[in-house]
Design a protein around this ligand. Structure first.
Ligand SMILES: Nc1ncnc2c1ncn2[C@@H]1O[C@H](COP(=O)(O)OP(=O)(O)OP(=O)(O)O)[C@@H](O)[C@H]1O
Ligand SMILES: [Mg+2]
Length: 366
């Protein structure tokens, strides 16, 4: 359903007066089979949205090729658009009409009959817990309600291939659970293919048949969650010492107990051991005897975050924090200094729109 080879996207950015080039996506190969639900994970700034925007024809690849639903994203962008649903991370721009009318217009752009759109739209409103909001203006909806409206718009034409960019961010637990159900349903009932990004690792774990992890524009892992976790052997033991001077000593003692390598980060020492339950009591006695005081000790079963840690030497969480701290002034391709992400003020673009030049507004296509 999706095949990409050597996808690259570079952006010109400005830091102060200096211009630099960001390689947001740096040679991505990926294959997604029909009916698969694929979770696309990575820290902030890893290149997830940029990859999605290339696959949904909103951004022309700097290099590389991709076919989506059998169509080339550059040469056959119109057919690609007709075949997919897309819920962008930034959300769509709404025109000021009532929510139900937005949905009607959007469905009819896809050539659906009024009655069909209305039926489907009202059903989706119910499923997304938007009952009673059909005649509400989107600007008077809460953030989570608007997000759910985005999702309704992305699914109204019942696409068999859906791209969802952080669909559950900002949703309450109930709404998240509803969406999970809906996504599972899309696949089982209609054989739909779903490609979604998320920062909730539990969500990726539950929903996805397969996980792709991207870091700094490159795919670093692609497999089932179970297989990925199996690559990370053993439980992670993490101890935090109270006194900076005791870090080295604690690391040596942990290394002896687990008979393997340890890693030190500030006052935290961590290492993997096949069975933490057996190793920890002895470790605690040993540390106590040596007069090393602990702030905390934690044991973790392998998670997707551990997979990322094992692959890159960083935790996904830490990587996020670092990426968030980095601030860049970005520049649109026309040199206007306007970052295109989330700045859309245009109305929805239907399937009859011509190919995107280089950078259509985010959320123009659903
Ligand atoms: N229009 C743009 N101009 C300049 N740089 C950009 C532009 N769009 C994205 N970038 C940069 O490309 C990199 C990848 O961004 P992208 O939005 O794809 O990340 P992401 O994985 O979706 O992150 P997040 O989890 O925060 O949504 C980042 O360094 C970002 O700053
Ligand atoms: Mg993103």
């Amino acid at each position: 359903m999706i095949h990409a080879r050597g996808l690259v996207q570079t952006f010109q950015t400005r830091q102060g007066r200096k211009k630099t080039e960001v390689r947001a996506v740096d040679g991505v190969d990926l294959d997604v089979a029909e009916g698969e639900v694929v979770g696309f994970l990575g820290p902030n700034g890893a290149g997830k949205t940029t990859t999605l925007r290339m696959l949904t024809t909103l951004l022309r690849p700097t290099a590389g090729t991709a076919t989506v639903a059998g169509y080339d994203v550059v040469k056959e962008s119109e057919q690609v658009r007709r075949s997919i649903g897309y819920v962008s991370q930034a959300g769509g721009a709404f025109s000021g009409a009532r929510a139900g009318d937005e949905v009607m217009d959007h469905g009819m752009l896809y050539g659906l009959k009024r009655q069909v759109v209305e039926e489907r739209g009202k059903r989706l409103f119910e499923q997304m817990n938007l009952d009673g909001l059909w005649t509400r203006m989107p600007k008077n909806m809460s953030g989570g309600q608007k997000r759910r409206l985005d999702i309704v718009m992305g699914l109204i034409h019942e696409p068999t291939l859906v791209f969802l960019d952080e669909p559950t961010t900002g949703l309450d637990p109930q709404a998240r659970a509803n969406l999970w159900e809906h996504i599972a349903d899309l696949r089982t009932r209609r054989g739909a293919t779903v490609f979604l990004t998320t920062h909730y690792l539990d969500e990726a774990d539950v929903l996805s048949d397969r996980i792709l992890i991207i870091d700094q524009g490159r795919i670093v892992a692609a497999d089932t969650s179970d297989n990925l976790k199996a690559q990370v052997s053993g439980d992670l033991v993490e101890i935090e010492v109270t006194d900076d001077h005791q870090v080295g000593d604690a690391a040596t003692r942990l290394a002896a107990v687990i008979q393997g390598d340890t890693e030190v980060e500030g006052r935290i020492v961590r290492g993997r051991v096949p069975r933490a339950g057996r190793a920890v009591p002895g470790l605690l006695r040993d540390l106590d005897r040596a007069g090393i005081t602990l702030e905390a000790i934690e044991v973790h079963r392998p998670t997707l975050d551990d997979v990322f840690l094992a692959l890159t030497g960083r935790s996904l969480r830490d990587a996020e924090a670092t990426a968030e701290g980095r601030s860049e002034q970005t520049e649109g391709p026309d040199g206007s200094g306007q970052g295109p992400v989330g700045t859309s003020t245009g109305t929805s673009t239907g399937p009859s729109t011509g190919p995107a030049e280089t950078d259509a507004p985010e959320g123009a296509l659903r």
